[in-house]
Write a protein that binds this ligand. Sequence first.
Ligand code: ASP
Length: 582
Amino acid sequence: MSSWRDTTCGALRAADAGTRVTLAGWADTRRDHGGLVFVDLRDHTGKVQLVLNPELAPDAAATAHEIRNEFVLQAEGEVVLRAADAVNPNLPTGEVEVQVERLEIVSRSTPLPFQLDEENVEENLRLRYRWLDMRSDRMQRNLRLNHTAISAIRRTMDERGFVDVWTPSMTRGTPEGARDFLVPVRLQPGKFFALAQSPQLFKQLCMVGGLDRYYQIATCWRDEDLRADRQFEFRQLDLEMAFVDREDVLDVLEACVVAAFEAAGREPPARPFPRLSFAEAMLRYGSDKPDLRFGLEIEDATELTRGSEFGVFASAPCVRYLAAPRAFSRAELARLEEVAKEWGAKGLAYLVGDESGEVRSPIAKFLSERELEAMKPAPGTTVLFAAGDEELVARVLGGLRAHLGRELELADPALDAFHWVVDFPLFERDENTGGWTFMHHPFTAAVPGDEGRIESDSAHVLGQHYDLIWNGWELGSGSIRIHDVATQQAVFRVMGLAEEEQQSKFGFLLEALAMGAPPHGGFAMGIDRFVALLAGEPDIRQVIAFPKVSSGSDPLTGAPTPYPDEALRDLGIRLAQPPAQP
Ligand code: ASP
């Protein structure tokens, strides 16, 4: 193998008894029994027990007394069978141990800030000493799973004729809906590159360039608040295909997901993944990324409550409800009301069905028999209402549904619910300006037949945009793109981009589209999100080797850091105020 070792710690079995081995690794634990010393030696493949007997190997045994956790050791000796009562059935190497003849301390360790098997170590501390944390079973498993999934994806892309093309990280701002990270340029003070929010336009240009099928495990940068499923920088399986329809793109993604599941030794989800239109997702689940591992669908009561004596219902354009499988207490209802308010509701009307069959509710007295009959909660359930315009009602009930899913543990953790959401509106209202903005990005094509209405009926044009959802997490998005200049310009106009701005920001794209652009479409799937879910982890930091924490800094290197004034001067930058001290 190498001069340091001729086998690995996790490899030894009963059949190896009698062989001489040289091993190298970390001291996982040391048990000093006065005479005999036992050391569990660990490497990336597992652990094996070393035995140091002062009578057989006095020098090695003396050295062993110095060993502390995480020292690096090299040991040479004979593999021997353990006595029957000393066999460890929990360890793959548990039938054997190595009778050490020569032991060398290769490298020592200062006292550890935490033990590798310690539970609930504070995350900042883990990240500060990530090199130690990485030696834990959890991080070893996660980082290797990351590799397994990416390898399977790469194999799938290769088999299907995709070409891996590197695109620039430093570019012009790309409109993916987030803030850009800026890179000043010493050679051109006062000007900035943006770090690519995605390779979107480059991959489209690869299609105009005749590559036919592009892919990349692309790093993307977005200046957004960090969350469980978001980091400043993250990786995407980024792909683009020429001469395809939506179904061709979805087929490739499904194949990648299945290949990664299989490579990870997991039962893959059945294909094709269900498709849900955006309108249906909002109507039934109040979300464009519903968790379909549980039902709890939204019911409509708008017609039923038209002439209701309960004024809130009678006057609302839309009244809908959820029937939650629990008779909530007053205190629980107060908490749910807070959740509903966070999503924009003014209050929360409810009907609680007590176990006795009684209905508890301040609004029941206003409801007619017909209304009560139709919406009466079964014993042990609660009907929770939202009333208002359709968008608000969806938002509130969607938020409550997700909350109840978590609180009441409605999702079967053994299920993997993959699905597509398709047929999104092409545009949505920009909350700040009140004008139209894109739902996905401005390069998304309208569904066939809707192209002519892009400018005349912007509110109702559907886009060929699709999202992939796994257990309520959005794994990624894609679309069939616009491949003609006139349509692209129409979309820009709806977004309020005058000709001049179109040319200054996207002139190169318009030119490319005018020089023989094939129909094309693609997708980007968040690799870190995908692997985190595959690993059963609650956030993507657990599958990223060196992530940042929510304050936006890296506890390991201490970045970001201030730079001296001279360095900034070279870049043409002067700070308006000194950086805040950490
Ligand atoms: N560029 C898009 C994104 O990063 C994906 C795509 O449309 O292919 O979300």
